[in-house]
Structure formats: structure tokens, C-alpha cells
Design a protein. Structure first.
Length: 266
């Protein structure tokens, strides 16, 4: 086929498009797939309603007393804001480590450490917008196929799955102490990220057009579309040499992202 076809790119999810119309159909199919996949699962807030409240976890472990829990809950209710763990720490009933370990039991996940951590190497794992929106930080690679991602107080499984599919890596999600999480998050946010376009599309047709136009303009040699809650994330690879590192975190200059959301009511 290489003898007669007039172009070699763009390529979406391993499939070559013979024309812009063909690419548009492929993009639409990928977006509809992502929409159907998300709609087939209940929202995260429903899935995790069964989790034992943090106060009861700490109480059952003998870390706090009923009186300490009662007073912290009263202060939280009066303030109308803040997490229970934070109020217990303010009252010096617990420390950060105890709260984090109780949260890890709640979420059945490990407690991670913030080092070693190379923010420049890890920043391109996913767009800055997703770090800001979902409170996640890419920490480090273990071996060639395991990426550790840290969260502050809860695990976002939708983000974890999206990153796994985008990078071809297994993601191990865990929690960090609040102060350590803030430190590594700021280090990552100061590092260079891939060039990113942010867009709110008026409707599904506009979303398909935006992704198709970017793929055609950038002549992607590899690309992938995933959905993270209300965001559709397109990543393109423009450098053929960079695609050889499939199953790794790319360098910031080798990829480009577009993150789109649909306007309310679209």
C-alpha cells in the first residue's frame, strides 16, 4: 500500500486514515466509544458510598476518642468546609501520618513516599489541567512498565485507567501525606509540560472537528483518545523516534495534548 497511498500520517490508535474524512470518522468513533464506556459505569461518588467514614476508621484503631471525633465533627459542621482529617490535625488529636494511613485503609491502597522524584521526567505523564483538577501527581517509574501516581486523600480510578491506556503503563495509585503531596505537586507544576490546547466544544460535532483538525495539522505518527470524567484527552506523537518508547513517559517536546470538554447541555 505504501507504493500508492499519498500520505503516511496521521495515525490514530494504530490505524492509518486515507483522508481527512476518514480521520474524522475514526475520531468520532473513538469519542463515542469513550462516551459509552463512561456511561456504562456509575459515577465514582456512587461507587464509593460504601467506604467506612474516616472518623470511624480512626476510632476503631484507637487513634482518637469519641469525644475528639465529636468535637472535630462539630467544628467541621460549623465551618461548613474542610476535611475531617484536617480538623482532627488542628485539634492535635492525630498527625498527618495517622490520617494518611487511615485513608489508605479506606481506599485499600498503599501509602507512598515522595522520593525519589524527578519532576521534569514525570510532568509529561499527563496534562497539567488533570493534575490541577483531580489532585494527582505522577511520582516515578519502577522498572519499565510501572508508574506510581500519588493522590492526597482519595483515589480517582477514572484518571488511573485513562493514564494506563494513554501511556501503555500499569499505574500503582497510592496516597501521600498532605505536606509531602503539596511539595511534590508544586515541583511538578514548575516543570515543563507538553504543549497543550484547552477547548470547550459547543457540541459533539465541534469536539470531533477540533480533534480531527489537530491530528491533520500535526501529522501524528501515533495518537490516542481517552476520557477522564468530563474531559476528552487527545495526545499526539509527532516524532517517529519517540514512539519507540511505547510504555513509557515521553519527553515534553515529543508530544502534544489537546484537552476538551463539552459545553453544559451539549
Amino acid at each position: 500500500m505504501k507504493l500508492w497511498r499519498s500520505r503516511q500520517s496521521p495515525v490514530l490508535e494504530g490505524k492509518w486514515a486515507c483522508s481527512q474524512t476518514c480521520m474524522q470518522e475514526m475520531v468520532q468513533a473513538a469519542i463515542l466509544r469513550e462516551a459509552a464506556e463512561l456511561n456504562s459505569h456509575p459515577p465514582q461518588r456512587v461507587v464509593h458510598q460504601h467506604r467506612v467514614p474516616l472518623g470511624l476508621v480512626l476510632l476503631s484503631r484507637g487513634v482518637i476518642t469519641q469525644e475528639q471525633l465529636r468535637k472535630a465533627l462539630e467544628e467541621q459542621r460549623k465551618a461548613g468546609t474542610g476535611r475531617l482529617g484536617g480538623w482532627l490535625i488542628r485539634r492535635k488529636a492525630v498527625d498527618e501520618e495517622q490520617v494518611t494511613r487511615a485513608l489508605s485503609a479506606q481506599w485499600n491502597c498503599p501509602v507512598l513516599t515522595g522520593s525519589p522524584h524527578d519532576p521534569v521526567a514525570m510532568a509529561p505523564a499527563f496534562p497539567r489541567l488533570l493534575i490541577d483538577s483531580f489532585g494527582a501527581v505522577p511520582l516515578r517509574l519502577a522498572g519499565r512498565d510501572l508508574l506510581y501516581v500519588a493522590f492526597e486523600d482519595s483515589i480517582d480510578r477514572c484518571l488511573v485507567l485513562a493514564v494506563e491506556r494513554m501511556l501503555g503503563l500499569k499505574v500503582e495509585a497510592g496516597l501521600l501525606n498532605e505536606s509531602e503531596f503539596r511539595r511534590v505537586q508544586q515541583e511538578v507544576l514548575r516543570a515543563p509540560f507538553p504543549k497543550t490546547r484547552l477547548l470547550e466544544a459547543a457540541n459533539m460535532r465541534g469536539l470531533v472537528h477540533a480533534f480531527t483538525s489537530m491530528l491533520e495539522e500535526r501529522k501524528a505518527v501515533r495518537s490516542q483518545i481517552v476520557r477522564v470524567h468530563d474531559y476528552y484527552w487527545l495526545r499526539i506523537w509527532r516524532n517517529p523516534a519517540a514512539t519507540e518508547g511505547r510504555g513509557s513517559v515521553p519527553a515534553a517536546e515529543d508530544v502534544e495534548d489537546m484537552v476538551c470538554s463539552l459545553a453544559p447541555g451539549a
